[in-house]
Write a protein that binds this ligand. Structure first.
Ligand code: NAD
Ligand code: DAU
Length: 355
């Protein structure tokens, strides 16, 4: 598809959304306006985009809006007439969905429904437009020791988070089949890289190592995740937007499975080497804690479809990617500090003070 209009990004102040906006400006030939709509929840951080808003102020717009607010979003659609919507905005953390699912239902389901309705209203029968929905491999459930998630693996979500994402995926597909709305969906594995909120495994562990805090490993530490460097996720999304078949789902993954505890050991060595901290002292911080409720055992993505159809492939190997990530967090301790003195810390104090 020839993209000569505007791109509306939802959730652009979060981890992947901010990386995607950087990717659009810095690594593609897109020349239109990028409109970032974000509610700025605890996870949204405009610091992630301070360089973009300065350098590209003629082509970048930000609006603090809740995607559940239909009227406010209607104004955005009318004002900018986006050609492409890239929908990242979501409540994204599994642990939070266990503590309080309501916001996940509101943002992930109702918010997505609102955007679909607005796209239908504003685009009508246009086919030179696209609603790209960002989703997760967690919708497929949990794997045993073997096997992979394919695009046609039946959905079997286990957490309030993954159920809400599964629900939104179904709505997006339904709008394609029922109303011929041009849509694509990507289901991606665990991302890591700069700007990831320090509640997720990798940034949480790095930040705790730097502060000599315990490194909490859930259960036996042998759950497996498939890790992908965030920029590779962004390049996959961009390929789908340009050439993905409408109505299709594409899996994106790292083909890079790690048991949590093994990954943590690699991370400990890396942080010790890069920060000059004593490795044994860091390793002593590893603490096995109560398992996450309904903790999915293993995720593993088969991403042959996007590779074969769209020529996408991962470009950053895990050791390079982890090294870049650790270096970024070491160089941006103030970014972590700013987060920890705000809403995030209040939530942690309220929910984890007794654990
Ligand atoms: P994040 O939590 O870092 O960012 C989410 C962003 O959405 C934040 O900026 C937040 O303020 C915004 N937001 C939340 N509710 C909103 C609302 N009601 N209205 C407007 N904005 C709102 O999440 P992330 O890790 O960047 O994930 C982005 C998307 O990618 C999500 O849809 C998530 O399900 C999906 N995903 C994430 C991963 C991963 O490993 N992080 C992997 C696969 C898919
Ligand atoms: O698979 C894609 C998903 O990856 C995304 O859809 C989610 O938005 C994203 O948060 C991520 O979900 P996970 O639950 O896999 O990520 P998290 O970083 O929370 O946990 C990764 C693994 O590490 C998981 O097995 C739980 C474990 N863990 C996590 C934390 C935060 C720990 O052992 N200790 C911890 O403190």
């Amino acid at each position: 598809m020839n993209i000569n209009g505007n791109i509306l990004v939802t959730g652009g102040a979060g981890f992947i959304g901010a990386n995607f906006i950087h990717y659009l400006f810095e690594q593609t030939d897109f020349t239109g306006l990028v409109i970032n709509v974000d509610k700025l929840t605890y996870a949204g951080n405009l610091e992630n985009l301070s360089d973009i808003s300065q350098k590209y102020d003629d082509r970048y717009r930000f609006h603090q809006i809740d995607i559940c607010n239909y009227e406010a979003m209607d104004v955005i659609f009318t004002k900018y007439q986006p050609q492409v919507i890239v929908h990242f905005a979501a409540e994204s953390h599994v642990d939070r969905s266990i503590h309080g699912p309501k916001e996940f239902i509101e943002t992930n389901i109702i918010g997505t429904f609102n955007l679909l309705e607005l796209a239908r209203k504003h685009w009508q029968d246009r086919q030179d437009v696209l609603f790209h929905h960002i989703s997760t491999d967690e919708v497929y459930g949990s794997l045993g020791e073997t096997g992979y998630f394919y695009e046609d693996t039946p959905y079997d979500p286990r957490s309030p988070y993954s159920s809400s994402k599964a629900s939104s995926d179904h709505l997006v597909s339904a709008y394609f089949h029922t109303y011929k709305l041009p849509v694509t969906i990507s289901n991606c594995s665990n991302n890591y890289g700069p700007y990831q909120f320090p509640e997720k495994l990798i940034p949480l562990m790095i930040s705790n190592m730097l502060e000599d805090k315990n490194l909490p490993v859930y259960g036996d530490g042998r759950n497996i995740r498939d890790w992908l460097y965030v920029e590779d996720h962004c390049s996959g999304i961009w390929k789908i937007i340009q050439n993905g078949r409408r109505g299709e789902t594409y899996n994106i993954g790292g083909e890079n499975e790690w048991e949590n505890i093994k990954l943590l050991h690699v991370l400990c060595e890396l942080v010790a080497r890069k920060s000059g901290k004593d490795l044994n002292k860091i390793l002593d911080l590893i603490t096995y804690v109560k398992d996450r409720a309904g903790h999915d055992r293993r995720y593993a993505i088969n991403c042959d479809k996007i590779k074969n159809e769209l020529g996408w492939t991962q470009s950053v190997d895990f050791s390079q990617g982890l090294e870049k990530t650790v270096e970024w967090y070491l160089a941006n301790t103030e970014w972590i500090e700013n987060i920890k003195t705000g809403e995030y810390q209040k939530w942690i104090d309220k929910n984890y003070s007794n654990e």
